[in-house]
Design a protein around this ligand. Structure first.
Ligand SMILES: [Zn+2]
Length: 403
């Protein structure tokens, strides 16, 4: 869309407190010539220097990864909703994008086919109310992890610190401080959920629910702790001048600068920064996190903790609201999962994302009864040579040069 626009206004340069400036404005060519513009740099890397037309295709950066899968996950006899008794083959150990126009059956294949079929095979579900299809090639999988819009975390008690799993490491650190040991404060006591540690006014949420005469409700900063979540006694212990309540007010990026010497904490914070989340305060209320931020926090948790067995990751439009530069970070993070032997399947519309995956499956050709079939599969380069909606979109926008 940006490439097709007549006039572009690029805001930034970073996110949160590091953004807020107009870094470039003008045509595609103007944006590309601005060294401060992250968008311009992205467009240049995609080989776009001016508005492309359908006749004049631009070259991509040639970085298309080659599928390295050794085996296939095969889901056959899939006839849920509009799916027309299809077979879907997903390469194991790589990132696969599931594309197609809205209503073509992407969500049905992944969340009503692949997911329940593997859950049944793993003995995690006994729901026999519908047949998800026959799954072959899944014997090596130990678990399935869904990272979608329905993840828990949209409450004021959830924060980037707890959602990402990094808070447990901070709590262990604070419990080792001499003053904490003298007071008998264990790691559990440095949780803002603990009854003896949390602010009694807001029960550790840092905010209280208020309502007006019309019945409208919203979260307001707790007047007792001013959003710090902890009671006074827990705030007598400090590491390098920071109490646990101070810590919650730091962004991930700033916290990383202060905790360089502690490998487990540094690694956890590095992972989150690598996902483009450095601007988030550790204690930001879960009610104000976007769906994309939430998905990436969970992804950070999986990346820094590691999963005990071979896992199939299923993601639903994780790029929603992300800039092209952040999409690149997301793809990098997903590649860390596949490098560790896991398999990733992502439902996506973003061409910027789809052009970077290892393998694509396109459903369609239309939506509803006019969809429900696999109309193309292969590498992004293979798809760019197809006369399908996704293939044509990859070509037309200059995301991918047809072979
Ligand atoms: Zn409070």
């Amino acid at each position: 869309f940006i490439v097709a626009a007549d006039w572009i206004i690029d805001l930034g340069p970073g996110a949160g407190p590091r953004g807020g400036h107009v870094v470039a404005h003008g045509s595609v060519a103007d944006i590309c010539q601005s060294p401060e513009s992250v968008t311009g740099q992205m467009l240049q890397r995609m080989g776009i220097q001016q508005q492309p037309t359908s006749e004049k295709l631009t070259a991509n950066d040639g970085k298309t990864p080659v599928a390295t899968a050794r085996s296939m996950l095969k889901l056959s006899d899939c006839c849920r909703h509009n799916l027309q008794n299809i077979t879907v083959e997903i390469p194991v150990g790589v990132v696969t994008g599931v594309a197609g126009v809205s209503g073509s059956g992407k969500t049905t294949v992944v969340f009503e086919g692949l997911l329940p079929a593997l859950q049944q095979q793993l003995g995690l579900s006994s729901d026999a109310s519908h047949n998800p299809g026959t799954l072959d090639g899944a014997n090596d999988f130990a678990q399935v992890m869904v990272i979608d819009k329905g993840l828990p975390g949209r409450s004021p008690i959830a924060t980037p610190a707890t959602l990402s799993g990094v808070w447990i490491e901070f709590r262990r650190l604070y419990a080792q401080i001499r003053e904490a040991r003298r007071l008998g404060l264990t790691a559990e006591r440095f949780s803002y959920r603990h009854p003896d540690s949390r602010c009694p006014g807001c029960r550790g949420t840092g905010s209280i629910l208020v309502s007006d005469l019309n019945g409208a409700t919203w979260w307001s900063t707790c007047p007792e702790c001013h959003g710090r979540r902890f009671n006074r006694s827990t705030q007598t212990v400090a590491y390098r001048g920071f109490t646990v309540a101070d810590l919650l007010s730091l962004t991930i990026e700033v916290a990383r600068q202060h905790f360089t010497a502690l490998p487990r904490i540094a690694r956890g914070l590095d992972t989150l920064q690598g996902l483009g989340l450095g601007y988030l305060p550790l204690g930001q209320s879960g009610t104000t996190l976007s769906g994309g931020e939430l998905q990436r926090l969970w992804l950070g948790r999986c990346l820094s903790r590691g999963m005990p067995g071979v896992t199939l990751y299923l993601l639903d439009e994780p790029t929603a609201g992300l800039h092209a530069a952040e999409i690149e970070l997301l793809v990098k993070a997903l590649r860390q999962l596949t490098a560790a032997g896991h398999t990733v399947v992502v439902i996506e519309h973003s061409l910027e994302f789809l052009r970077q995956v290892d393998w694509l499956i396109e459903l369609g050709p239309g939506s509803g009864p006019a969809g429900g079939r696999v109309i193309a599969s292969g590498t992004p380069h293979d798809l760019a040579a197809c006369a399908t909606p996704t293939g044509e979109a990859l070509r037309f926008t200059g995301h991918m040069l047809s072979n």
